[in-house]
Design a protein around this ligand. Sequence first.
Ligand SMILES: [Zn+2]
Length: 343
Amino acid sequence: MVIETNQEQDETIDQLLVLLKNTLRENHASSDRLLGVAVGVPGLVDYETGTLLFAPNLGWRDAQLGRVLADQFDAPVIIDNEANLAALGETYFGAARGYREVLYISAGVGIGGGIVRDGAVMRGIAGFAGEFGHMTVDPHGDLCNCGNHGCWETSASQRALFDHIYKAFASGRKSMLQDLVHGNMKALSVPVIVEAAQIGDALALEAIQSIGQRLGIGIASLVNAYNPELVVFGGPISLAWEFLGPLIKEQIVLRSLRWNRETTHLVRARHGADACVMGGVAAVCNQVLVRPSSRLSNVSIPALLSNRGGINFGKEVSSSRRNNSPLRSIAEPSNSLTTSDRR
Ligand SMILES: [Zn+2]
């Protein structure tokens, strides 16, 4: 199912319900056997009520997702910021497994972030922490969808990547990108730009270089601010990691404090666009383990995890670096619940 980003929020929520019910039907599962429903959304969330308060890049306000889903499904509902869930997904099942201080950056249409400490998302006093994309990096910069000028995401996101290319075309510049999209500029996408860059197209490489440098500048500041053990770079733009990774590292070396960067590693997200989905699995399982219910008598969590197929339990780490979250025990080799297909 294709859900357009420019349609009305009620229409999209209706489509979401159809999608969830179809998924249940296709998997021959009933609502009363659900452990929970988790939805990651690109905006500010009231975590307690499940309300999406503001999603600047969707133009949504006050979407009562938690209430709508709770009315439809006999299961706990978790609505969270997509970068928070992706950070959780990478921490439990991906590149950040075993790390205690994790900073996750999601770059796509906008730039989001998630901070995970000892397996738990740091939300801030009102729950809105991690909105790194709206840090002002240029007070005279472009207008952002949040209403501010010069936010980081206006100069380092997919929008900036595409704008660089559109402006070059408008000035008459030629590129193999025009051939790859068959003259239809609406077909321009991150995968197409990466493909052109891999062939050596100068404009594609230049556009990636431009946002890569700006991404690196922002991340270097965040390394100073948070002193994370690991920075995980994910989201759709991470498809260009082979080009972006060195550019971001270069800026971290140039601009962050030596003491901060020497204790920080930078890696690409392991689950790419699925990191948010994996975080949903982690959030639901975590909630069930913290608050066990009769649902567990019917559903095997290890079976749930192994059914996902794509889960990679990642590197093994020393016991001193493992966190103490309830879900952690599922994935540890010493635990009797460990699935047989653990890699
Ligand atoms: Zn903004």
